[in-house]
Design a protein around this ligand. Structure first.
Ligand SMILES: [Zn+2]
Length: 277
């Protein structure tokens, strides 16, 4: 336990985006899960980024039923791995009871680790999987907003909603997602006094029933944790800090915002209330 984890039991939260299969957690994954629980992060949604990691995420969930859930999908960076066989693997994995969403999927034209054509095809396939499975989407997007919105608009009536995970976009981009009835995932980006100011100011425009919270750990450690941590590794136990920052930005009571985001989470991912104890 570190000093920053001092919110014991005050909230009951779900981290909707944690990359818990990442090898940086190999040495102390159980401690990370336990510390999160102590900090009031009672449930986590592990992000599946390709077929293999999605399988690993499911086996982690099986070790912690009621606490860990996951997404199944292929991140845009890995789109070049997508094939009809991968599609079949994902379709089978999506039937698992711990799987709550298709993703992360979407488009990332920032670094193009896969070509835009490969990304568009893999995204189309996963939109189909979302429609076939009835599960919501866990969306990633960078430098590809209009193309992504165009594709989402096209399938709007066939999909069961979704979340724009790690949203860091503009006001206009925010409203494009809201117009599609999507939820908005907010990370510790709002704790960044250099890059996060625009988003911090935008936070009060997100309708209360559309806001979700996530750490995206091990990435995006909140920059204003006090005292500063030695490690730059982000942890799910820091989610209450992000909640409090979000409450500050919205001029909301943190406890009420915690309850509101939990209700949103249960609505979108169809968690039952009973699992959070
Ligand atoms: Zn992402």
């Amino acid at each position: 336990m570190t000093d920053q984890i001092s919110h014991s039991g005050r909230y009951s939260l779900t981290d909707i985006g944690i990359n818990l299969t990442d090898s940086v957690f190999d040495a102390d994954r159980e401690t990370v899960i336990q510390d999160a629980d102590t900090a009031g992060v009672k449930r986590m949604l592990i992000t599946g980024t390709n077929a293999r990691e999605s399988e690993q995420a499911i086996s982690l969930c099986q070790q912690h039923p009621n606490r860990l859930f996951c997404t199944v999908g292929v991140h845009p960076h890995y789109s070049k791995e997508f094939s009809p066989e991968v599609r079949n693997t994902l379709a089978a994995l999506l039937k698992h009871p711990h799987v709550c969403a298709v993703g992360e999927t979407g488009l990332d034209f920032n670094r193009n680790f896969s070509t835009p054509e490969q990304q568009i095809w893999a995204f189309e396939q996963q939109l189909e999987l979302a429609s076939e499975s009835g599960l919501p989407l866990f969306l990633h997007e960078r430098d590809a907003h209009m193309q992504q919105i165009k594709m989402l608009r096209y399938v709007k009536d066939e999909i069961s909603g979704g979340v724009a995970h790690c949203f860091t976009g503009s006001r206009e981009e925010l409203y494009n997602y809201l117009d599609l009835d999507l939820y908005i995932g907010i990370t510790g980006w709002i704790c960044d006094e250099r890059r996060g100011v625009e988003l911090f100011n935008l936070l009060k425009e997100i309708p209360a029933n559309r806001l979700l919270l996530e750490t995206d750990a091990p990435y995006l450690i909140p920059r204003n944790l006090k005292p500063k941590t030695k490690s730059r590794r982000n942890l799910p136990a820091y989610l209450p800090h992000i909640l409090e920052q979000a409450a500050l930005a919205r001029n909301d009571d943190p406890q009420e915002l915690a309850q509101q985001t939990e209700a949103n989470c249960q609505r979108l991912f169809r968690f039952s209330q009973a699992t959070l104890n």
